[in-house]
Ligand binder design. Structure first.
Ligand SMILES: NC(=O)c1ccc[n+]([C@@H]2O[C@H](COP(=O)([O-])OP(=O)(O)OC[C@H]3O[C@@H](n4cnc5c(N)ncnc54)[C@H](O)[C@@H]3O)[C@@H](O)[C@H]2O)c1
Length: 311
């Protein structure tokens, strides 16, 4: 069976591509490499270096005729969305609508979409399940929510089957450690280099960290189980950024405080997602605990540094 993955060279997409290829799926990746890297060594797959919003996609659908589409390519940065909401909406909303049109025309069996906990907005200390109110506080969250609505309408009007996954904070190997990356690899990189990490706000804000391998398994389940719907994919636990810092700095036996800077616009204070629906409907459960996932990442970085590789 053939699966087309937009953003398949990115952090999450590369893990999904790798897992699906290992399971015997034929994987076709679309990526413009704006933030991803092509790694033929990691997943030998069929790959087009193009923008998923471009007209060339029609020819690719015509030629490849994918049965499943996993849509991950996106403008993923909250700060960029606040500074340039038009750019964010063009990629995240209009791009998604164009892709849905192609999926509809080519009778794709399932459209699997990477949404986000940002659609809930600030939860005021409450955990969010899929029925919780949706009040995004960033343009990124709004563009993901708008895409969700279009996907559901394509299902209603044209019968396009869909799975929408609302991911909490995904972390793991291959995540970027530059300014646009996730807090886990940023802390690990800075502490490896003996530099002091920055925490925006007082560090009491919480995040629900989920390992990327668990996220990849959820996508495999979405293909294998024929279930429509919106599902949170999370660890269902909340970790303050201060605790995360303690955990990671503890591995490095580093006892200095981080540098605290003012909060950033659009950043959520509390985030914890209930994942029971994915468990009931897909038989999916997270497997990797945060401590284990972080320990693995640090070991990998340490080995690479020792070997002087950059893979
Ligand atoms: N990382 C997280 O914690 C998280 C949480 C919730 C949701 N998500 C969603 O998951 C998806 C993947 O996120 P990620 O963390 O892997 O990000 P990423 O930046 O590593 O991956 C995105 C990929 O899409 C590609 N891309 C971007 N714009 C493109 C375009 N116009 N045409 C073709 N390719 C394009 C990039 O080159 C990159 O390879 C995104 O939709 C993101 O919104 C991520």
């Amino acid at each position: 069976m053939k699966v087309l993955i937009t953003g398949g060279c990115g952090f999450i997409g590369s893990h999904i591509a790798e897992l699906l290829a290992a399971q015997g799926y034929e994987v076709v990746v679309i990526d413009n490499l704006s933030s991803g890297n092509y790694r033929s060594d990691i997943y030998p797959i069929h790959y087009y270096e193009i923008d998923f919003t471009s007209m060339e996609m029609e020819g690719i659908f015509e030629k490849e005729r994918p049965e499943f589409v996993i849509h991950l390519a996106a403008q993923v940065d909250i700060k960029t969305s606040m500074e340039n909401p038009v750019f964010d909406a063009e990629i995240n909303i209009l791009g998604t609508i164009r892709l849905l049109q192609m999926c509809r025309i080519h009778e794709v069996k399932r459209f699997i979409f990477a949404s986000t906990s940002a659609v809930y907005g600030d939860l005021g200390g409450q955990s969010a399940d899929e029925a919780s109110s949706l009040n995004p506080i960033s343009f990124y969250g709004i563009s993901k929510l708008a895409s969700e609505k279009y996907i559901q309408q394509f299902n209603q009007q044209f019968g396009l089957p869909f799975t929408i996954f609302r991911y909490s904070n995904v972390y793991g190997p291959r995540q970027r450690s530059d300014n646009e990356g996730g807090v886990v690899p940023i802390f690990i990189k800075l502490l490896t280099e003996g530099r002091i990490p920055v925490i925006y706000g007082d560090g009491k804000q919480t995040r629900d960290f989920i390992h990327v391998e668990d996220v990849a398994r959820a996508n495999l389940s979405a293909i294998e189980k024929n279930v429509d719907g919106v599902m949170n994919i999370s660890s269902m636990s909340d970790t303050t950024i201060n605790r995360l810092y303690k955990l990671i700095s503890g591995f490095f036996r580093y006892d200095k405080d981080p540098l605290y800077l003012p909060n950033r616009h659009g950043d959520i204070l509390f985030s914890r997602l209930v994942n029971k629906k994915a468990e009931t409907r897909l038989g999916w459960k997270p497997r990797l605990r945060l401590e284990e996932g972080i320990c693995q990442m640090i070991q990998t970085v340490t080995v690479k540094n020792r070997e002087g590789t950059d893979k």
